[in-house]
Design a binder for this molecule. Structure first.
Ligand code: SF4
Length: 133
């Protein structure tokens, strides 16, 4: 299958995919072209407008905006962290959550906000988008 998009030169630059009508990166495009599960999910999303299709994380732009906003909030709180006990409580909740995308051990990302759970669980000001902590 050939790609109809005007692809960016290299790296992980984002671009608007003409076929899927969504923001993509070259890596994601490769997944789309080579992996049936990604293709099925993104095609479904393009047709139905579903946000819960194969895309496991929010769109890149949303993630960047979310990250910058979170960073600003963290700074406004004086970069304060939670204590070890609260950190572990939060991580344990994330690991058991249906929105947690496991990487290795307790490492992973939240499908809801795209944050790295072990990082997000540290900041006192940061909260779970599902109000679990
Ligand atoms: S931040 Fe909340 S929604 Fe996201 S994985 Fe953790 S518990 Fe689940």
């Amino acid at each position: 299958m050939s790609c109809p998009c005007e692809l960016p030169g290299s790296g992980d630059k984002v671009y608007e995919c003409e076929r899927l009508k969504r923001t993509m990166t070259l890596d994601w495009c490769q997944l789309y072209l080579t992996r049936e599960n990604y293709k099925r999910g993104w095609d479904k999303e393009a047709v139905e407008g579903s946000t819960e299709a194969a895309v496991e994380l929010p769109p890149i732009r949303e993630q960047v905006v979310g990250f910058m906003t979170s960073l600003a909030r963290f700074a406004s709180d004086g970069f304060r962290r939670v204590d070890k006990q609260e950190f572990e409580r939060r991580v344990d909740i994330c690991v058991a959550c249906k929105f947690f995308i496991r990487r290795r051990g307790k490492s992973g990302r939240c499908k809801k906000c795209g944050c790295y759970s072990k990082l997000k669980a540290r900041g006192r000001i940061w909260t779970c988008p599902e109000d679990k902590w």
